[in-house]
Design a binder for this molecule. Structure first.
Ligand SMILES: [Zn+2]
Length: 455
């Protein structure tokens, strides 16, 4: 150890001071912090030393892309890059076209090192900052980044990186949707055989998000817009601490769009194909009464999935019907509701429908009550195949869409609905797509363009 300590100042004299900070640290915490700073600086010096060495090697000058003449050296120029280890500075040869073509300066060493022209930040730092921004506001992301890496970046820089990566994500999705449209099959995501044997659950919900009015200008009243969110997951069972069996979602994938059901439709189908909707043994579509989502079910999923209407939503509608029909006779409406709910739960939907038909045939039924009852009848009749709750229970399938709804709400609520938050459409979309890539396990691919994404 003392040998290592003695050799460090030979690399760089200024490191002596940091060695002193380690030696004089009053507490273990201070000692570790000082040693870490030393290690980071040492890493920077090592990289800079290596870069200086490589910069001295003879340069293979490429030819001008305009006129074909061999580029000529203009001597050394400085460059720097900020990465997770800190700021690295070096000098390397730059060249220009001897014919005077306006191709700017060319630095062959930069290209060799996998740097983009004008790149000032490493892919690894951008990736870390974007990952933080997926969960916390931009300002907090910069604070956490500083705390964890000692690298200072502005929240504006994090915002810019999120826009870039989010746009890359949206472009990638657009390509995948176009490929699907052209008949190219998306590959199924690989999962363990035990997971592939579980029922595939599909559900969707709408979640409201606050937007700025007037094309993103900050003043004016908040505009609330609905984001359509869908979840696909395998339904697994776990034993709770109290020994009860409870459902849980595994291999969870989310799809979301700021747009209509028709915008959601191809996105959800693309993900459904990846999650094995054509090969899963049991596929369940679980949703509450939102009409647009059931239209999507009929258009895309009916052939492949058992639809289940959220039981609590169905019961809520029964109660609404009972209240209007038996107005003023509270006790009777409660009794009828309790009985109808029980029948529905036990798979006797036909009896409930017969009861409603009998009620509709009564003389002297007020128009408003008739309308409500007719609506209730039509609603249950439309969903006749989706309310066979006794059978669903026997198959071990859930009859409430709570799991689906909380997964959908979480995606939006946790990040987009903080106090005082209001979004521009672009800002929202970019971050939404990054967040989706994160939860769907496709985040790292977005940063793979950087030659060394880990630093
Ligand atoms: Zn030229």
């Amino acid at each position: 150890m003392s040998c290592l300590k003695a050799s460090i100042p030979q690399i760089d004299n200024t490191l002596q001071e940091l060695i002193g900070a380690v030696e004089n640290a009053p507490s273990l915490g201070a000692m570790m912090l000082a040693a870490w700073r030393l290690a980071r600086l040492l890493a920077v010096r090592l990289v800079e030393g290596e870069l200086a060495k490589r910069a001295q090697r003879p340069t293979e000058w490429p030819h001008c892309e305009r006129c074909g003449k061999k580029l000529k050296s203009k001597g050394f120029e400085g460059r720097q890059l900020t990465g997770l280890i800190g700021v690295v500075r070096w000098e390397r040869r730059v060249g220009r076209c001897p014919g005077g073509c306006e191709i700017g300066q060319v630095a062959p060493l930069d290209t060799e090192l996998g740097l983009q022209p004008n790149q000032r930040t490493s892919g690894g730092l951008k990736r870390a900052a974007c990952a933080l921004a997926v969960f916390v506001p931009f300002e907090i992301a910069t604070v956490l980044l500083k705390l964890l890496t000692e690298t200072a970046v502005s929240s504006g820089a994090v915002w810019t990186w999120v826009q870039e990566a989010g746009q890359a994500s949206m472009d990638r999705l657009k390509q995948q949707l176009e490929a699907l449209q052209d008949g190219q099959e998306p590959g199924e995501e690989e999962v363990e055989a035990a997971v592939a044997a579980l029922p595939l659950l599909v559900g969707a919900d709408g979640v409201m998000v606050p937007f700025r009015p007037n094309g993103g200008k900050p003043n004016g009243r908040t505009v609330w817009r609905e984001v359509k969110v869908a979840v696909l997951a395998r339904l697994s069972q776990r034993i709770t601490r109290t020994g009860k069996q409870a459902s849980q979602l595994v291999q969870r994938r989310l799809v979301a769009v700021l747009g209509s059901i028709d915008d959601l439709s191809p996105r959800l189908w693309l993900e459904a194909r990846r999650q094995g909707i054509l090969s899963a043994e049991i596929v369940v579509w679980l949703c509450d009464g939102g009409r647009g989502f059931w239209r999507l079910f009929r258009e895309r999923f009916e052939k492949h999935a058992q639809g289940i209407l959220d039981f609590y939503h169905a019961a809520q509608n029964l109660w609404k019907g009972a209240k209007v029909w038996l107005d003023g006779r509270t006790k009777r409406s409660r009794q009828w509701f309790a009985q109808a709910r029980r029948k529905l739960r036990r798979g006797k939907a036909n009896e409930v429908l017969a009861d409603l038909q009998a009620a509709l045939a009564l003389d002297g039924l007020p128009d408003s009550a008739r309308k409500t009852l007719q609506n209730l009848y039509d609603y249950l009749d439309t969903h006749r195949d989706h309310i066979d709750y006794a059978r669903f229970k026997a198959l071990g399938l859930p009859i409430g869409s709570g799991l689906v709804e909380s997964a959908c709400k979480w995606l939006i609520q946790q990040r987009f609905k903080g106090v005082g938050m209001r979004w521009s459409e672009d800002g929202f979309n970019h971050l939404l797509h990054l967040r989706l890539d994160w939860v769907n396990g496709r985040f790292d691919d977005l940063f793979a363009f950087a030659a060394s994404p880990n630093c």
